[in-house]
Design a binder for this molecule. Structure first.
Ligand code: ACO
Ligand SMILES: O=CC(=O)O
Ligand code: MG
Length: 730
């Protein structure tokens, strides 16, 4: 179609060259056609994108108005007002009519997503070093995960000293062998006492010091090996669909001292990984975006590489190969060496200068992300089944779409995906959709959202961090929210989590798609994670997010202990989560007051997190950071946690729980604390004492003071604005 001149887009030259020189030549697409098609696509979809954003704001305005007209009072009757509130939400189209029962029809889904249960790692795609590490996190060393974390107490004779501590090493081995005894028990005796393993016909045999021997209680758990049967170098076991490998090497650092010569125990860990273009990155212009797209290209082609220095040694990192073993029956046994990769696009909110219209207006970034990540993803589909670096063995490209508000936004996304498939000559429904259930309008209409995507949906996931931010923003005018820790104890969150699993199962997700749980946001607190995160597989979710490869290896232990698919059978017998519980706002009763100390502590904590995160985002372009809280516990901070903290303070200011002067004082004080925490960090610029000159400080202040005005409480608009200013300065 020939477009009138005024509809032609302006393409950023760096982006144009990247696509023309590095991507399109690998496809059968013609360059000119590609750009003309993209131009048409943007013209056809941009208006709807704008309409959807306007609808969000109009609904929010009406909700705000409703709260002004129904102020919280001490004689507040939750039941009566709940019914009226529901009716109101229906009347404005926030609550949509329920669809009839149905089951999803998604096809060609990789087993890691459909039939297996295990951890999902998330990683900022802009960091090639981390991204490669994440792709390779399909396998992780249990010994390293135990040794390097607080799973083993870091005190006294067990201390994690710089030089290898043999006592700590022994505790690691003891813990790991306890796991073997628990999940791969022997017919008699314990793995602790085994002196050698060998393969006898199709059986694993364990020998003891007294010459006795035995097999596994469940012989089927032994699946493959490497080396000779009499002296295997690797034994591959399987439980609940996940592999565990015993690496045997009597000359190895650990193997030399181990009874059975086990040098390491390796866990199949991150079955899937999300390469994130969204909340964990800081990509504000064409230059940043092209760099991130180039990493995705390297991952899809299989040739991404980085070299860096670690512990004074040069390290070269590439994608791992698949692993080949001998099946116990004698044939070849190949296991994937890498996580199955999904890619998280940005949501519908932001524009990008990758492409602009004739008036210099940025095109919707979500649309361009959809096209480019799918285009690059399509290179994977050209690979033969023997290719070393194939991602999807089922011919799918997996795109996670964040921050969707309700069914009409899901429909828009699916329409966009259909059009991209036409443009790229991909079979219908090649582009699979992961729906983040992280906005309230999606939660309360989840079944309708899934219905819109029923031929391509591959996951629903409770992004509880954004969801908390949206909870605050949506009901900003309703009253003052509990302190952050209290919000988590209110009924809405369990109802939201349970509803997600129940709806997913009722829509037939079991065995077809992922039901996912959210992030563990305390990357160094692994002992606590092991206690808490077993709740995720128990809840019937077949995946849950982890922040690092080490966390993936440890969280994998949970999926050995809990058979998620058995668990799912029990879920549908319980009373379903109620909409009223989901809609119960975690607001403090009107007559509840907090002590001055409680308010101060909350502000200190929130402000420290905001400043600690924002300063690295604005001035160093780092989109995800580990920032200590006031108790010195490192927290994963990304845009979603920033959304919560900034919205929370905004809410307290609005309801006079604190004053602006108080917030200013806390900010000034915390700027000093954050500066101190970053002492010696290359490229770091202090915010204090000249905070009025610090773009990071000013950005943080704007996020708080203008928080109530930000669209749905999102942080992107202000972060981008200040980051662009900072980039101009350097
Ligand atoms: C609400 C949401 O949207 S959640 C989703 C967005 N959040 C994320 O994606 C979190 C991803 N995680 C991270 O970015 C990081 O783990 C952080 C920022 C939390 C902590 O980073 P750091 O302080 O650098 O971690 P730390 O020093 O403990 O470990 C760094 C090592 O772990 C590896 N690592 C840490 N996180 C990851 C990860 N997510 N993927 C792969 N490797 C990782 C690094 O490669 C590095 O190892 P290397 O030196 O061999 O390369
Ligand atoms: O994206 C995840 C979230 O919790 O938000
Ligand atoms: Mg999120």
């Amino acid at each position: 179609m020939n477009l009138p001149q005024e509809k032609q887009c302006l393409i950023n030259p760096e982006f144009y060259q990247f696509i023309n020189n590095e991507v399109l030549p690998k496809t059968s697409l013609n360059n000119d056609n590609f750009w003309a098609d993209l131009n048409n696509l943007i013209n056809d979809f941009s208006h709807s994108n704008t309409v959807l954003l306007n609808t969000r704001q109009q609904m929010q305005n009406k909700i705000n108005q409703w709260h002004l007209e129904h102020p919280q009072s001490s004689d507040f009757s939750p039941q009566a007002s709940q019914a009226a509130y529901r009716e109101f939400l229906q009347s404005i189209g926030y609550l949509t009519p329920m669809v009839d029962d149905f089951t999803i029809e998604t096809e060609n889904v990789d087993p890691e997503i459909s039939t297996m249960a295990g951890p999902q790692l998330v990683v900022p795609v802009s960091n090639a070093r981390f991204a490669l590490n994440a792709a390779n996190a399909r396998w992780g060393s249990l010994y390293d995960a135990f040794y390097g974390t607080d799973i083993i107490d870091n005190s006294g004779e067990l201390s994690n000293t710089k030089a290898f501590n043999p006592q700590r090493g022994q505790a690691v081995i003891d813990n790991a062998k306890d796991f073997l005894d628990e999940q791969f028990p022997l017919n008699s005796g314990s793995h602790h006492d085994v002196t050698s393993y060998l393969v006898y016909y199709q059986h694993l045999l364990a020998f003891f010091a007294d010459g006795s021997e035995c097999g596994l209680k469940d012989p089927c758990q032994f699946v493959a090996f490497d080396g000779s049967k009499n002296s295997p170098t690797y034994l591959l076991l399987k439980n609940n669909g996940l592999h565990v490998g015993l690496h045997i090497d009597r000359t190895g650092k650990i193997g030399a001292t181990d009874n059975a010569g086990i040098d390491d125990i390796q866990m199949e860990s991150a079955l899937t990984t999300i390469m994130d273009f969204e909340d964990s990155v800081s990509t504000v212009d064409s230059n940043d975006k092209v760099e991130a797209y180039r990493n995705w290209l390297g991952l899809m082609r299989g040739d991404l590489e980085v070299t860096f220095t670690k512990d004074n040694q040069a390290v070269q990192r590439k994608l791992n190969y698949d692993r080949n073993f001998t099946a116990k029956s004698g044939g070849a046994y190949r296991v994937p060496g890498r996580s199955v990769l999904l890619v998280r696009n940005v949501g519908h909110l932001m524009g990008t200068d990758l492409i602009q219209d004739i008036d210099g207006n940025n095109a919707p970034e979500g649309i361009i992300d959809g096209v480019v990540t799918a285009l690059i993803g399509s290179l994977d589909l050209q690979k033969s089944e023997h290719d070393c670096f194939r991602n999807s063995r089922s011919g799918s490209i997996y795109i996670v779409k964040p921050k969707l508000h309700g069914p009409e936004e899901v429909r828009f996304t699916c329409d966009l995906f259909s059009r991209i498939e036409l443009m790229l000559n991909l079979p219908k429904d090649t582009l699979k959709l992961g729906i983040m259930d992280e906005e309230r309008r999606t939660t309360v209409n989840l079944k309708q959202c899934i219905y819109e995507a029923k031929s391509r949906v591959v996951f629903i996931n409770t992004g509880f961090l954004d969801r908390t931010g949206d909870e605050i923003h949506t009901s900003m005018l309703a009253g003052a929210f509990y302190p952050k820790s209290g919000i988590k104890n209110e009924p809405w969150i369990n109802a939201y989590e349970n509803n997600n699993v129940e709806i997913g199962l009722r829509c037939g997700f079991s065995g077809k798609a992922q039901i996912g749980k959210g992030m563990w946001a305390m990357p160094d607190e692994m002992k606590q994670m092991m206690k808490d995160k077993i709740a995720h597989p128990k809840s019937g979710a077949n995946t849950a997010w982890v922040p690092s490869p080490t966390a993936a290896t440890l969280h994998a232990l949970h999926y050995h202990r809990v058979n998620v698919f058995e668990q799912q059978n029990t879920i549908l017998t319980r009373t379903p989560a109620s909409l009223d519980s989901i809609l119960t706002m975690p607001i403090m009763p009107a007559d509840m007051t907090l002590t001055a100390e409680q308010i101060e502590t909350e502000l200190n904590n929130n402000v420290q997190g905001i400043l600690g995160y924002v300063v690295r985002w604005i001035e160093m372009g780092i989109g995800c950071s580990k920032v200590p809280d006031i108790n010195d516990i490192g927290l994963m901070e990304d845009r979603a946690t920033l959304r919560i903290s900034s919205q929370h303070i905004s809410n307290w200011l609005m309801h006079n729980v604190c004053t602006q002067q108080q917030v200013n004082q806390v900010m000034e004080r915390m700027a000093k604390v954050v500066d101190k925490q970053n002492e010696g960090v290359t490229g770091y610029q202090n915010m204090s004492p000249n905070t009025e000159k610090s773009l990071a400080f000013q950005a943080a202040k704007a996020l708080i003071l203008e928080g109530h005005k930000q669209p749905n409480g999102y942080t992107e608009p202000l972060l981008h604005e200040y980051r662009l200013l900072a980039k101009q300065q350097f």
